[in-house]
Design a protein around this ligand. Structure first.
Ligand code: B12
Ligand code: SF4
Ligand code: SF4
Length: 307
């Protein structure tokens, strides 16, 4: 059967690339929405976060083909990056956790791959904006860690998830119960390591309003709340405490790729909050090549803590 050959090709191609993926029937789209809605209705999702990410949580598929029959979810292994700044004759190196940089490149790569597999038989795909962790766990591709991050076999939490709608018809029903890793049953290292108490012991859902990541991803003109102890910061953006300490990340935690290095002069200009267009062509190019543009705006506040 044509569908079976496509499925075989899908899993084989991903394996060769070192990716992993799953497909679920589009009949579960309302279930997926409900997975978030039920927590929103119980007031367990921080209202400010809900407002900010409403489009993800209440997602409405919008595609240019006749019918959505399935959802594809793919995990691609990704590293953390080291970014260096020079300041007062010292070098300050900070990490950027996995998934922050080169996201669009990964989406495009996966899109191209799926198109090669599906297009010859007339099937289409379209990028899906929806709750990716929930989809990944529901499809059996990933499991949750107690830290609310997803884990994929062989990749730990060092992966980037992407999801696509398709008109490809999938017969097998892969929809599963939400699962936590077996490893978490005997472990609470992330709970103890999280400096802010964001990983609760009385419920599963993260206390987003306590998570450092929530605060250091906020627009650069929003100051950190007073209760955040400056010594808790550990990344240029994001936070790695709960991933670093996790035994399920043992094999990936040292996977670090080089990011840009900024001279004393460049650091001074970036810190002064200058607009990207006011920087030299060389600095601008560095920022663009390393895909730092989306986070450029938060650097003065976040880096300021370290100086
Ligand atoms: C909003 C958001 C944030 C917010 C809120 C995070 C949160 N936990 O909700 C903030 C800004 C804080 C954030 C932080 C981070 N994020 Co974020 N974020 C998102 C976004 C846009 C939506 C996430 C979401 O759906 N939240 C809503 C909540 C309700 O969903 P949930 O956490 O999955 O909750 C489910 C479980 O709690 C489960 N559940 C409830 N009870 C129980 C009980 C049991 C026993 C079980 C098993 C499950 C379970 O049900 C809930 C609903 O399904 C996604 C992108 C996307 N399109 O999905 C990225 C995304 C999830 N983030 C990502 C990353 C990398 C991070 C950080 C690790 C960044 C960093 N610091 O390095 C941190 C992790 C913080 C943490 N410990 O969770 C990656 C995930 C990669 C991964 N391996 O998990 C994503 C997918 C982006 C991407 N494409 O790469 N993020
Ligand atoms: S640190 Fe322990 S409890 Fe936390 S996610 Fe990892 S294995 Fe689970
Ligand atoms: S990302 Fe940092 S602040 Fe957020 S839950 Fe993990 S350790 Fe805590």
């Amino acid at each position: 059967m044509k569908e079976n050959t496509i499925l075989q090709n899908f899993y084989k191609t991903l394996e060769v690339k070192g990716y992993r993926g799953q497909i679920i029937s589009a009949k579960h789209i309302p279930d997926l929405r409900n997975d978030i809605r039920k927590y929103h209705e119980q007031n367990l999702i921080y209202p400010e976060l809900y407002k900010e990410y409403k489009a993800y949580f209440e997602f409405e598929p919008d595609v240019d083909f006749a019918q959505i029959n399935s959802l594809f979810v793919i995990a691609v292994p990704v590293p953390q990056f080291k970014v260096s700044f020079h300041w007062n004759k010292k070098e300050i190196s900070l990490l950027i956790p996995p998934t922050y940089l080169h996201g669009l490149e990964i989406i495009n790569k996966v899109k191209e791959l799926l198109t090669e597999i599906l297009k010859p038989d007339g099937y289409n795909i379209a990028y899906a904006t929806l709750p990716q962790k929930t989809l990944a766990v529901r499809s059996g591709l990933a499991e949750y860690g107690r830290n609310n991050i997803t884990y994929v076999l062989g990749m730990g939490s060092f992966h980037r998830l992407t999801a696509f709608y398709s008109d490809f018809l999938v017969e097998q029903d892969n929809w599963q119960e939400l699962r936590i890793m077996d490893m978490c049953k005997e472990c609470s290292a992330c709970v103890r390591k999280c400096p802010t108490g964001a990983i609760p012991t009385d419920r599963f859902l993260l206390r987003v309003e306590r998570c450092l990541t929530y605060h250091n991803e906020q627009p650069g003109d929003i100051s950190f709340p007073d209760w955040i102890d400056p010594t808790w910061h550990n990344c240029l953006v994001g936070c790695l405490h709960c991933q670093k300490v996790c035994p399920a990340n043992k094999k990936v935690i040292n996977w670090t790729e080089p990011g840009p290095t900024f001279s004393e002069e460049e650091t001074k200009l970036i810190l002064s909050g200058k607009n990207i267009d006011q920087l030299s062509e060389e600095t601008k190019k560095k920022i663009e090549e390393h895909d730092l543009l989306d986070y450029f705006e938060v650097i003065p506040r976040n880096l300021g803590v370290w100086l």
